[in-house]
Design a protein around this ligand. Structure first.
Ligand SMILES: Cc1cc2nc3c(=O)[nH]c(=O)nc-3n(C[C@H](O)[C@H](O)[C@H](O)COP(=O)(O)O)c2cc1C
Length: 356
């Protein structure tokens, strides 16, 4: 008999997922009150746990008040009120049999000055993205290159927000190291032109991620998970490969594997796509460089694509499919025909209308 890998359990450290299906992190920009998402946005996450997902991610949670916020109405996790709001969500997700992971984020140069309380824009180097801000139509401002003081302040922000996540009871924390946001900006020679110990070689470009991981790991009890998300593409200047080549990427993965993390989440636009001009997809290229568990995301929309994605990864995450279909896990189980979604289909994520 064939093993049904998709619906078989998987253990990461001391946590067992009941199946291999998770809800990818999705920003909903609904936190108008006290940095807490709208109630229906929180309920949406709990519903996906009740409907069979094994792992539920929060949206990207902003790590400091100085410069981290990149979009309007993002959530935060440092005040007691915020911790209590998420605690209830975490408890409900756990009661439903799923694990909860808080994703923590700093936008870096992908910033929107008017919505940041301090209006400060910082990045590894004083270099703006080429593309305009698609939501405002204006160019991204040129950021200030981060000083040593900025680096320490930002690292501290990640640790403080991770503490909030621990207080709220999350099973784990994910450092957002993908999509061309701050941590990713340091990893990539496209945005990191520094000539100090944080730029140049792969190891130097990795130094900031290392400091963030170490600071977060220190505030995490041993029983919680620490995950790092990575990608070769960014939300702006999307056509650019963020790593110089496959060797540069795999060296970064090897450095990550020496850190106190429990899994790597690989974000792609399409999990099948061959990367770095070679004939292998991102998951396979990652697998060749690490023995850590791998989560994969990108255009996984039906049973066949989910099964195929597990050939080189351990857990599949869905953004759009599970956003738009609350019964996605059961529909995967029954093998229902489900087409992939276009990016524009996900715009409902930002409306006031509660999603089912
Ligand atoms: C509405 C929406 C919000 C998103 N917000 C985040 C986010 O906060 N953090 C993140 O790492 N990825 C974010 N993503 C990307 C998804 O996690 C995922 O990587 C992407 O949608 C590709 O997967 P899919 O093809 O299954 O949609 C978002 C995607 C959508 C559709």
């Amino acid at each position: 008999m064939q093993v049904d890998t998709l619906f078989s359990p998987f253990t990461i450290k001391n946590h067992t997922l009941r199946n291999r299906i998770g809800v990818a992190p999705m920003t909903r920009i609904s936190s108008r009150q006290h940095g807490i998402p709208r109630q229906d946005v929180l309920d949406f996450l709990v519903r996906r746990a009740r409907n069979g997902a094994a792992l539920v991610y929060t949206e990207a949670i902003v790590t400091d008040y100085e410069s981290a916020q990149g979009y309007p109405n993002q959530s935060r996790l440092t005040t007691q009120r915020q911790i209590d709001a998420w605690k209830k969500v975490v408890d409900d997700i756990r009661k439903a049999g799923a694990l909860s992971i808080a994703q923590i984020f700093h936008c870096g140069r992908v910033a929107w000055p008017e919505i940041n309380p301090a209006g400060r824009i910082i990045a590894p180097s004083a270099l703006a993205p080429r593309q305009d801000n698609m939501l405002t139509g204006s160019p991204y401002p040129v950021p200030e290159a981060m000083s040593r003081f900025d680096i320490e302040h930002v690292v501290h922000g990640f640790a403080e927000t991770a503490k909030g996540a621990v207080q709220a009871g999350f099973d784990g924390v994910e450092i957002h190291g993908a999509h061309g946001y701050l941590v990713s900006q340091f990893l990539s020679p496209y945005s990191n032109l520094r000539e100090d110990g944080y730029g140049g070689s792969v190891e130097n470009r990795f130094r900031f991620a290392h400091e963030v991981i170490q600071a977060v790991a220190q505030v995490m009890p041993k029983d919680r998970l620490l995950i790092f998300r990575i990608s070769d593409w960014g939300i702006v200047d999307m056509d650019v490969s963020l790593f110089e080549n496959q060797a540069d990427y795999q060296e970064t993965i090897r450095l990550l594997s020496g850190e106190p993390i429990d899994a790597i989440s690989v974000s792609t636009y399409d999990f099948k796509a061959a990367a770095f001009g070679m004939n292998q997809n991102m998951a396979r290229i990652t697998r060749a460089a690490t023995s850590l568990p791998i989560l994969i995301c990108g255009r996984i929309h039906d049973r066949a694509s989910a099964d195929q994605a597990l050939a080189d990864a351990d857990v599949v995450l869905s953004g759009k499919s599970i956003l738009l279909n609350p019964n996605w896990v059961e529909d995967l189980r029954s093998g229902k025909a489900m087409p992939p979604h276009k990016s524009a289909d996900a715009d409902v994520a930002y409306t006031e209308t509660p999603l089912p």
